[in-house]
Design a protein around this ligand. Structure first.
Ligand code: C2O
Length: 576
């Protein structure tokens, strides 16, 4: 019997001359059988899940690294010395770890730069078939994302981007890379520097320009580039040369940006939007759930899409702009050091649900790296979630944007609305005109505008408020970047700044070679919205007007544009 019918029946019965206890018994029996069914269903779901697909990733064997579907180049280096040797396990509880104090790259002194350069020279001098060598190191990153690592009897390769594996995999990669460098120079406390690109301080040396440490040799004037430094990469974009400022608006690196202070403001506002609002829960920050056996790339976390992806392209499109060669530029390690620092900072930002992803499939996933003797070593995510435990400490720097997105320039300008009439009446008009979401809606470049209902009276205890979009027939082998704006139907992809008050976040997909064009999955994208709406003074509105503006990049391996076919759009509340 359907529930409403059952309730009606029990109501009409209650008018019968029955005793109170009879009524309670009937009612109980009723509710009871209903909850039994629910319980049984839940149990089935749970058992089914555990038996079928719930599993953490076991550590891949790097000596089995190979190439499959659609790849053009083999990334794997197979150190000959390793064949047949078992993978060692990194046991955090037995490790006696020296403190690694990671310093901001723009503040390094000459002595440190010299030391880092020396370590890199030694690493570059090792033969390719040594797991500690520069070639083996950067190619390890390639192997983990260009469909080189398969598990026996599993259809899909391991992919460490675009999911909750992204932040921890890179943390562990830096950890083992750093230990090799430290051992090469015999300095147990050697620590990688981090490139403090989110810091918009406008006094020299600028933290958000590429630090000189990655360019010059010590004792040369900073303007005289010495391209023989071991931290130099000749493939860098010419326009990434300091003191030009990093910016995150596009993937086209050399557009003229004549107003540095506007760039600073835009960067600071974007950081606040992504870290405080869009990434307000562990999964929003970490990225999509991805379990052993799944096809990879089930959705980027808030900071992976932006600022992280544009940073790669801004610095060095030829190397860092590809999965293949991203880690072959030393600046990559500085870029990811900062991301790792920001992950830690993220936990301290406002919000009830900031913390680790608790899912055991995440916590128990393991990856394999090379240790300081060049041997395979595996490590588990859960051992690396506490920086104190792994004895990594980041130098204190200004996180000025945390304070409502201000870059702390002289006379910080407030957030600017980009709508021509952001008043109450202007917004009411935008709401009135926007069509309600009606599935399916298709977007390539947009703008695509629609409205969805909110429940402004629900508070944080119900979870963080987020927009959820479901995308069908997802084109995995294409790149999509979609910016989201609230109450800004005139938004455009290139010309509407991510520093606008109305910017809500970015959805992004990169193709990866394991994805065949005919794979057909549904994709679920989520982005936190409540804190941004509060910041805009619009948290009381019952209708959310969303505008999507996007770009799809064609490439030789995936020609033609494609968009997203949105089949559902709604506001949900979640603590995960
Ligand atoms: Cu493995 Cu910044 O990417």
């Amino acid at each position: 019997m359907p529930l409403d019918q059952a309730m009606a029946t029990s109501e009409s019965r209650s008018r019968d001359p029955i005793t109170e206890s009879e009524r309670i018994t009937r009612c109980w029996r009723h509710n009871h059988s209903f909850s039994l069914i629910i319980l049984a269903l839940l149990a089935l779901l749970l058992i089914g899940d555990n038996m079928v697909d719930a599993a953490p990733f076991p550590p891949p064997d790097l000596t089995k690294c190979g190439m499959a579907y659609n790849s053009t180049e083999i990334c794997c280096i197979l150190p000959t010395s390793l064949s047949g040797k078992p993978i060692k396990k990194f046991e955090i509880q037995h490790a006696h770890l020296p403190l690694r104090f990671r310093r901001a790259a723009h503040l390094l002194d000459d002595a440190f730069i010299e030391k880092y350069q020396k370590a890199m020279e030694l690493m570059r001098a090792l033969p390719d078939n040594d797991g500690r060598s520069w070639n083996a190191q950067w190619r390890l990153h390639c192997a983990y994302c260009n469909n080189h690592l398969y598990y026996p009897d599993h259809e899909f390769p391991l992919e460490i981007h675009q999911s909750w594996l992204f932040l921890p995999w890179h943390r562990l990669f830096l950890f083992f890379h750093e230990r090799i460098l430290a051992k090469l120079i015999g300095d147990d406390n050697f620590a990688l520097p981090f490139w403090n690109w989110d810091n918009q301080n406008n006094t020299e040396p600028f933290p958000n320009a590429l630090p000189w440490a990655y360019y010059n040799n010590v004792s040369l004037s900073p303007t005289a580039l010495n391209k023989t430094s071991s931290l130099w990469d000749p493939d860098r974009n010419p326009c990434s040369k300091p003191p030009r400022l990093v910016e995150f608006q596009t993937f086209i690196p050399c557009l003229p940006r004549p107003f540095p202070d506007l760039t600073r403001i835009q960067n600071a506002h974007m950081m606040w939007t992504q870290m405080v609002s869009a990434g307000a829960t562990p999964l929003l920050m970490a990225g999509g759930e991805y379990r052993f056996g799944d096809f990879g790339g089930r959705g980027m976390g808030a900071v992976e899409g932006r600022p992280h992806s544009p940073m790669h392209a801004w610095t060095n499109v030829r190397d860092m702009g590809t999965f293949r060669a991203a880690a072959s530029d030393p600046a990559f390690y500085g870029l990811h050091g900062n991301l790792d620092r920001l992950w830690e900072l993220w936990k301290t930002l406002p919000g009830k649900y900031r913390g680790e992803v608790a899912d055991p499939d995440y916590q128990n996933s393991e990856f394999t790296y090379y240790d300081e003797d060049g041997e395979q070593i595996s490590a588990t995510i859960k051992d690396f979630l506490d920086l104190k435990k792994i004895r990594v400490q980041y130098e204190e720097v200004s996180n000025a944007w945390v304070d409502k997105g201000t870059p702390q320039l002289n006379g910080d300008p407030a957030w600017l609305f980009c709508a021509s009439d952001p008043s109450e009446t202007g917004v009411a008009r935008i709401i009135r005109k926007a069509p309600r979401f009606k599935a399916p809606m298709y977007v390539v470049k947009g703008p695509l505008t629609f409205k969805v209902k909110r429940r402004p009276n629900l508070n944080e205890n119900h979870g963080e408020e987020m927009l959820e979009l479901k995308v069908a027939n997802f084109t995995w082998h294409k790149q999509h970047t979609i910016n989201l704006f609230a109450y800004l139907p005139v938004a455009q992809y290139e010309n509407t700044s991510i520093g606008c008050h109305e910017y809500l976040g970015t959805l992004q997909n990169f193709p990866h070679p394991g994805a065949s064009p005919d794979m057909n999955y549904e994709m679920v994208y989520r982005v936190g919205i409540r804190r941004k709406l509060e910041n805009m003074g619009r948290a009381h509105l019952k209708q959310l007007v969303i505008t999507l503006v996007g770009q799809s990049y064609a490439s030789p391996t995936s020609p033609g544009e494609s968009g997203m076919n949105i089949t559902s759009a709604k506001v949900i509340y979640s603590k995960l």
